[in-house]
Design a protein around this ligand. Sequence first.
Ligand code: ADP
Ligand code: ZN
Ligand code: ZN
Length: 731
Amino acid sequence: MSILRVALDVPLDTLFDYSSEDISPDDVGRRVLVPFGRKQRVGVVMDVVSRSAIAPGKLKAVLHVLRETPPVPGDVLALLRFCGGYYHHPIGEVVIGALPVALRRARPLARRDPQEYRLTSAGRLADEAALNTREKAARKLLTGFKQAGRLDRTAAIQVTGSAPKILKRFLALGWIEAAPEPASAVVASEAARAAGSGPTLNAAQREAVETVLREMPGFTPWVIHGVTGSGKTEVYLQLIARVLGQGGQALVLVPEINLTPQLETRFRERFPGARLVVQHSGLGGSERARDWLLAQQGQAQIVIGTRLAVFTPLPDLTLVIVDEEHDPSYKQQDGLRYSARDVAVARAKQAGIPIVLGSATPSLETLYNARSGRYRLLTLPDRAGTSSLPEVRLVDTRIHKPVDGLSVPLLEALRERLGRGEQSLVFINRRGYAPVLACSACDWVSECSRCASRLVVHLRDGRLRCHHCGHEEPPPRACPECGNQDLKPLGHGTQRVESALAAALPGARILRIDRDSTRRRDAWAGMRNDIELGRVDVLVGTQILAKGHDFPGLSLVGIVNPDAALFSGDFRASERLAAQLLQVAGRAGRARAPGTVLIQTRFPAHPLYQALCRHDFDGLAEALLAERKQAGLPPFAFQALLRAEGTTVRPIMEFLEKAERLARKPGAPVTVYEPVPAAMPRLAGKERAQLLVEAASRNKLQAFLSAWYPALTALNERRVRWAIDVDPLEI
Ligand code: ADP
Ligand code: ZN
Ligand code: ZN
């Protein structure tokens, strides 16, 4: 009998012991079905041992060993253990949370239809004439197979729309069979051939590719800092081509995949012979699990995915790429609050392979790491091809007062592009019609009953909506405080700017792009198509538009209302604003026409805007780093946040005060701040507060947390939900 230590999805930082007659040390990583309380759960075997602290009579037996999928490999388990330890999060939640949803269940995966079929010898002998004359489609398909020998599903469907049914019949008749996957040697040679395609690299790109290749194999964290459109993606593609040529696998992390299908297409086109799979949380059912298993079996050479893809098993992993490494969406904001970028670096280190962090606006953390020599910096200073960086100009809104968010210089510039048949983009980082509904007679404003936030006016569907918890309600007819009927939307959102543009530019084709208009699946693909075909004159949208898109016809970017972030309480707000504005600005003038960017601001002298005008990201980053150093903030300090929430404030504060007393040990190497309400003190009906601790080094912080976390657990707090957020992005 063996004793297994099993990770289960429960909020306790421990493994659970079970017995089994049917398991060996080779089964570490295997999924098992076990009894837990009155239920059954799927767990992952983390260890096979000979002894348990539980008396042998009390040890429960595993119900079932799930052998139809291979065990999670040791390197991924090691990475998950590292995450559990580094982020101080229950190990079972870490391990089970990393699995595709379909693998968290005991039910076997639904079978996938084979993707390619080949003719059998029986099929070769089969006579079309044997098929009924009315079965024209079946005859056609059989002829098709005889000509080509093998057909994939898509090709078969092109021969006849009723192919799916006929394929089943042919399979039953033994005329065709599922074709085996192409051998990886074939893929490798295909991929190597692809390395020759694509544009000829410019000097900076070539230098970047060669430098990375020269240091391979071995762990080196590279930062590619290249201005927007400098050809970073082209560098990734060339590196991947080399990796595939050696029979390796590449992992590519992206912030958002639904919004950047262009990137996926570009990869598929460049490596038609390789198998590329996508991993993101939107993939339903068994799809993600199947692709995960393909990667695990070495049959997928390229994995592109969002943050969760960092845990994909890849036996031949040779290179990791993190595109747009500065993007805050790499940080998970609930459950295991990990940074996929940082975990990717840990993974590359563990695997002894290079990792490339690319961005036009690298995060200050990453720049600092590059300066201190932990990471190595490669620079692409110019745009690739023929386009050049856009001219950035400021519109002083104290002089040019905007009406409905739009100033006269911006409107004039828009009219000029319309006249020339060029596209423009108006960027405003707020969706909805207006951020709030207000009473003109008293100081009532529309507030969410469940959050400490305001309800946003969505005029189009006549609703007030909370962008934090999703609560919505109809707007009141009169002020709930004073009965006044004159309620006004205050401020501007994308819908309001869209209406204002429609009024100011009659006949212009305007397209609004924000989370509301792209909610429907595939909506964005259709919009992109319209933009590419020149069926749109003016795009109005939120930061969705900042994410890596290439709009060849776009020559003007107008930025409405960016000032609020300059005075935010969040010390990262300026860094984010600068990155966002540079990224949006980078959409202009990427191909045909030279680009112009107009920023409407009340503070044209502000150093941030002045630096943007000079495209001086380095200078800006330098200044921001100096500020952070002065203030003792990250990356010059290392933080962790104890977040707590509950139904009432008192128990939360009592818990945090206890936590504070535990933390304030004499001689402790950390600064402990006072418990305070969270930036959003009420969210979805829950009260929230937090306690910040800070240390001068990562090691000191980790040493402190390793003692504090078990002490917090031992408090056995039942009224409050709490979690530690290591390296928090939002405080
Ligand atoms: P980034 O990822 O830095 O935004 P891309 O790799 O997408 O840049 O390149 C921007 C544009 O320039 C693309 O249209 C790409 O095809 C083109 N491009 C990239 N490298 C070259 C090159 N060496 N010569 C010509 N065009 C290039
Ligand atoms: Zn009122
Ligand atoms: Zn709310």
